[in-house]
Write a protein that binds this ligand. Structure first.
Ligand SMILES: [Zn+2]
Length: 320
C-alpha cells in the first residue's frame, strides 16, 4: 500500500493534479490544459501527463501512490465510474475510471467536484470534527455537497446535493441549464449578479451606476462589487437580493438536514460583506428557529485549493 495519494481536479479548461499525504497536505502540483477538442483519449493522456509531472515534482515513486481521486463536474455515476453528461466536457457517458485505471494500474475514484469539496472541508478544512455539514460554493454557478454521518450523501444514483438548482423563486429567471426557473443559481450566483446589473444598464429609465460609463457588456462581477462598495445603491440592492435568496436556500437546507455547520466558498464570497447580513436575516425569517440555532455558518478554510484537496480527500477517505 502506497503512502501517498493523487488528486485530479478535472475542469473544462484545465486539469489540476496534486500529490498529497494522509493529512491532505499538497506536496506537489501540476496544471495542464484539458484540451476537450482532443476527445476522451486526449483528456486521459493529458491527465497522465499532469499526474507524472506531479509525481516527479514530489520526488516520489509512482508505486508509492495508494489510489487516485478525481473531482469532476457532474452528473456522473460513481459506481460505474462514468461522467454522464456535463456542459464543461462535451461527452456523453465518458468512462473515465475504466480508461484511467487501464493506464495507471491504480484504483481510481470518481466524485462530483462539489461533493469532493464538501468532503475536503469536512476532513481538512472548516468542518473538521463535524459529522453533519453542508458545503455551498457560490461562483459563476452555485454548487454544494451534503455530508451526513461523516460521509458524502449521494442519494440513490449519485445525484443528490444539487443545492444550486433548488427553486427559491418560482417563475424567476433561468439558470444555465435553461430547464427550470428561479433556482438558487439563477438568483444568487456570480452570473446572476452580472445579469441583473447588465439588465439595469439596458433599462431606459436607469440613470447608470455611479462611476461606471462603459457598455453593459464591459461590466464584470468584480466591478459590480466595487460599485456597491463605493456606495452605489442599485449595485448594493443587487447584492442584497442575492443575500435574500441565499437565505431562503440556506433556510431550506437547515430545515431539511439540521446541519451543525454550513461552509461557504467560491469567488462571490470575496464580496461577502455586501450580502452576509441580509442573508442571515433571511435565514432567520425562513428557517425553523430551534433548528437554525443548531447551525453555525463559516467560510471555507481551503479557499482556491478546495477542488484539488477535494480530489485528494476522496482518495484519502477510501484509503482510511
Ligand atoms: Zn437551475
Amino acid at each position: 500500500m502506497g503512502k501517498y495519494y493523487a488528486g485530479i481536479d478535472l475542469g473544462g479548461t484545465k486539469i489540476l493534479t496534486g500529490i498529497g499525504d494522509t493529512q491532505g497536505n499538497i506536496l506537489a502540483r501540476s496544471r495542464v490544459r484539458t484540451e476537450v477538442e482532443k476527445g476522451e483519449e486526449g483528456i486521459i493522456q493529458n491527465i497522465i501527463k499532469s499526474l507524472n509531472r506531479s509525481v516527479e515534482k514530489a520526488a516520489i515513486d509512482f508505486a508509492d501512490l495508494s489510489c487516485i481521486g478525481v473531482g469532476s463536474p457532474g452528473p456522473l455515476s460513481i459506481s460505474r465510474g462514468v461522467i454522464s453528461e456535463t456542459s464543461n466536457l462535451p461527452f456523453k457517458e465518458f468512462p473515465l475510471v475504466e480508461l484511467l485505471e487501464a493506464e495507471v494500474n491504480k484504483p481510481v475514484l470518481l466524485e462530483n467536484d462539489a461533493n469532493s469539496a464538501a468532503l475536503a472541508e469536512k476532513m481538512f478544512g472548516a468542518g473538521q470534527g463535524v459529522e453533519e455539514m453542508i458545503y455551498i460554493t457560490i461562483s459563476t454557478g452555485i454548487g454544494g455537497g451534503i455530508i451526513s454521518k461523516g460521509e458524502i450523501f449521494h442519494g440513490c444514483c449519485d445525484g443528490a446535493g444539487e443545492i444550486g438548482h433548488m427553486i427559491v423563486n418560482p417563475g424567476g429567471p433561468t439558470c444555465g441549464f435553461n430547464q427550470h426557473r428561479g433556482c438558487l443559481e439563477a438568483m444568487a450566483s456570480g452570473t446572476a449578479i452580472l445579469r441583473e446589473a447588465r439588465n439595469l444598464l439596458q433599462q431606459e429609465d436607469f440613470s447608470g451606476f455611479t462611476g461606471f460609463t462603459g457598455e453593459p457588456k464591459d461590466l464584470t462581477g468584480y466591478q459590480v462589487a466595487k460599485l456597491a462598495r463605493q456606495g452605489d445603491e442599485k449595485a448594493q440592492e443587487i447584492y442584497e437580493e442575492v443575500g435574500y435568496y441565499l437565505g431562503i436556500g440556506v433556510a431550506n437546507l437547515i430545515n431539511l438536514f439540521n446541519p451543525e455547520l454550513i461552509v461557504f466558498g467560491g469567488g462571490v464570497m470575496k464580496a461577502k460583506e455586501l450580502f452576509w447580513d441580509v442573508m442571515r436575516h433571511s435565514i432567520a425569517d425562513h428557517a425553523i428557529p430551534a433548528v437554525k440555532n443548531d447551525c453555525q455558518l463559516e467560510e471555507s478554510k481551503l479557499g482556491e485549493d478546495v477542488g484539488l484537496v477535494g480530489a485528494l480527500a476522496v482518495a484519502i477517505n477510501r484509503g482510511k
